[in-house]
Design a protein around this ligand. Structure first.
Ligand SMILES: NC(=O)c1ccc[n+]([C@@H]2O[C@H](COP(=O)([O-])OP(=O)(O)OC[C@H]3O[C@@H](n4cnc5c(N)ncnc54)[C@H](OP(=O)(O)O)[C@@H]3O)[C@@H](O)[C@H]2O)c1
Length: 203
């Protein structure tokens, strides 16, 4: 097992080196590491904001690139970058970092089309993990229907990867919600998310 802190240069470089090892190639990389900072914009220290960008953006860019370069030589492999449905809501630095993950992954997937390498951004809704507790987020008010089953989510995501999708929102409820968000005016989505976000926070 390789342990690495992806908020540190040394940790990212260690995993990059492992992914670049042509003698022990990696066929599937899941960039899953992530967290939400406690507090709203301007309540969070700049050091914590930058740490989030390091883990959510820099590490994802560098690890995807190290893996994809090696996979392209073998003409096979897949990378799943875990983003969030928060990527589609114009609110908060967490959502902004996840929007970067979506845009980066979709663009890179297009560039690598036909190379045998599949890149996919995965956008889950609420899943019961340690995420919310660590982010200091209460979840008592999150309605039951908004919670996703982790095993089903993974199964649906891997099916989407096999189908060659560059973006996976693996649940009909969240597909419908994000579809509505795309159609609604940005200001209305922003206002609605400010109200629900106060209750539900990042996810
Ligand atoms: N849970 C949700 O509702 C939800 C919804 C949408 C998207 N997501 C995304 O899903 C991903 C997984 O989160 P989760 O829900 O499983 O939360 P979680 O239970 O808190 O797990 C987060 C994982 O990220 C790792 N991690 C955090 N900072 C790291 C760092 N600096 N270096 C290396 N690893 C680090 C943690 O490792 P340690 O345990 O060693 O700290 C842990 O394995 C995240 O990217 C999150 O943004 C979650």
């Amino acid at each position: 097992m390789l342990r690495a802190d992806l908020s540190e240069e040394e940790g990212i470089a260690t995993v990059e080196a492992r992914l670049s090892d042509r003698k022990n190639p990696v066929d599937l990389l899941v960039n899953n590491a992530g967290f939400g900072n406690k507090g709203r914009y301007l309540e969070v220290s700049m050091a914590d904001e930058l740490m989030m960008l390091k883990v959510h953006c820099e590490a994802v860019l560098r690890l995807t690139s190290a893996a994809a370069a090696s996979m392209r030589e073998r003409r096979r492999g897949g990378v799943v970058n875990v983003a969030s449905v928060a990527a589609f809501v114009p609110r908060g630095t967490y959502g902004a970092s996840k929007a970067w993950v979506v845009q980066f992954t979709q663009g890179a997937a297009r560039d690598l089309a036909g190379s045998g390498v599949r890149l996919m951004a995965l956008c889950p809704g609420f899943v019961r993990t340690e995420f919310h507790q660590r982010a200091g987020m209460g979840t008592d008010n999150v309605p039951g229907w908004m919670w996703l089953d982790a095993d089903k989510l993974v199964e649906a995501a891997l099916k989407d990867l096999a189908r060659g999708k560059a973006l996976s929102i693996p649940d009909p409820r969240y597909k419908a919600l994000t579809g509505l968000m795309k159609l609604a005016p940005r200001r209305a989505v922003s206002r609605a998310s400010a109200t629900t976000g106060r209750r539900y926070g990042p996810n």
